[in-house]
Design a protein around this ligand. Structure first.
Ligand SMILES: Cc1cc2nc3c(=O)[nH]c(=O)nc-3n(C[C@H](O)[C@H](O)[C@H](O)COP(=O)(O)O)c2cc1C
Length: 405
């Protein structure tokens, strides 16, 4: 069976075999020094045999203070070889199982407000945000001062070089989900060189992209971008003062990305801590998941029609369960997106695309149940995976780290 999902696309001069993307999904299962550990390896080898055209490696820290948890992946001189070894294994397995190698991108991150390098919050923030800090006003906050921001592009460049040496194909300068660069986009009231005007609010993000581009020669630069934060103005970007989604600044940002040679954007929105159901529509949420899907769909459609020459990846598709690939194929045919990105489904059912190719459908008793237990695991400082569909490995963690608590 072949259809639109199987139609290859070229980006950055490279052929991508199909339209399936495995989204970045943190497993919180690295070693204390940030190296790949056994569960990390298991996850990525499951992904490697999936047949996906792009595998987007999860949030990987560029500095110790910006790690979201003590087991977040952290690429540095000491850990580089563990990534290189895993990439070699992944490519070998993909070649053997699928007859081609996927494009492998690494998401580089500074967790900013959500930094917990030692297991408890050590937030580094763009500005004090009363929307966020309700009930947490007394927590210690470190403001990322201008001098600190000036030092970040150098860190990104150094880690990008290591990523290139380790063998990644592309580097994602992450700007979503409330992490540091994304938070700067709404630093409307911050003074100094990184706040106020849109030019200032994008300075850190764009400086890092420029710096990464200058540091590497073989890998390309891409980004995972929040289309809008869906927070009330002025605490989020991509919303107007009537608190409606307004993508005019997003479009200016995408123009800035285009002028920097970015050809691929992995679109997302919202915030996984305060409004997780916006980014990953699910059951048992304050709004019907269909509303969440419509929001993601319309935002992606608006940006794709404004930038037909940029390739976009749509998110939230695990919500569509058994019908997810048909939904994705239609969205591509309708010109809403170029690629279909999957997050929770990859934890639950990494072989979903293989089964689709083989049988023309997904197996009902294997698909993601949109219960977001994977998120619960992560929020409870455990390792993240699917305790329902991959229960042998993850149910014991769910019992110990979620249910017992
Ligand atoms: C456990 C978990 C870990 C995640 N880790 C990341 C991450 O490292 N980087 C990122 O950009 N998004 C991350 N996400 C968001 C997903 O990439 C994806 O956007 C989201 O789950 C919605 O897609 P889905 O409906 O297919 O799950 C994570 C989501 C979950 C549930």
């Amino acid at each position: 069976m072949t259809g639109i999902l199987e139609k290859p696309v070229e980006i950055y001069g490279k052929k991508i075999n199909n339209r399936i993307v495995f989204h970045p999904m943190e497993g919180c299962d690295g070693k204390r020094n940030g190296a790949v550990d056994e569960l990390t390896r298991r996850r990525y080898l499951r992904f490697a045999r999936s047949g996906a055209g792009i595998i987007w490696f999860e949030a990987t820290a560029v500095c110790a203070e910006g790690r979201a948890n003590p087991r977040q992946l952290y690429l540095n001189e000491e850990t580089k070889e563990s990534y290189a070894a895993l990439l070699r294994e992944m490519r070998e397995l993909a070649e053997k199982e699928c007859g081609f190698v996927p494009l492998i991108i690494v998401q580089l991150t500074h967790s900013g407000r959500f930094s917990k390098p030692n297991g408890t919050p050590e937030p580094i923030v763009a500005y004090r945000n009363s929307h966020w800090e309700k009930g947490k006003e007394n927590q210690p906050y470190v403001i990322a001062e201008d001098e600190y921001c000036d030092s970040i592009p150098v860190k990104y460049a150094a880690v990008a070089k290591l990523a290139e040496e380790a063998g990644f194909d592309g580097i994602d300068v992450k700007c979503c989900h409330g992490y540091l660069f994304n938070e700067f986009l709404s630093a409307n009231e911050r003074e100094g060189r990184y706040g106020g005007s849109l030019e200032n609010r994008t300075k850190l993000y764009f400086d890092c992209i420029d710096s990464v581009k200058n540091a590497v020669s073989k890998v390309f630069v891409t980004t995972r971008l929040n289309a809008c934060d869906c927070f009330p103005y002025p605490y989020g970007y991509g919303v107007n003062d009537k608190n409606e989604i307004d993508l005019s600044e997003t479009k200016v940002i995408i123009n800035g990305l285009k002028s920097r040679g970015v050809e691929l954007i992995n679109l997302t929105l919202g915030n996984p801590y305060l409004i997780p159901h916006f980014n990953r529509p699910c059951i048992n949420a304050p709004e019907d998941g269909k509303i969440g899907m419509e929001r993601i769909y319309s935002v992606t459609k608006e940006l794709k029609s404004a930038f037909p020459d940029i390739k976009f990846i749509m998110s939230g598709l695990s919500f569509e369960g058994e019908n997810a690939l048909d939904y994705a194929a239609k969205a591509i045919l309708d010109g809403v997106t170029d690629f279909a990105g999957f997050g929770r489904m990859t934890f639950a059912y990494p072989d979903f695309y293989r089964d689709y190719l083989k049988n023309g459908k997904l197996e009902k008793n294997k698909v993601c149940l949109k219960c977001s237990k994977c998120t619960e695991l992560m929020r409870n400082a455990s390792v993240a995976g699917c305790p329902v569909r991959d229960s042998e490995v993850y149910m014991p963690y769910y019992r110990k780290d979620v249910l017992k608590k």
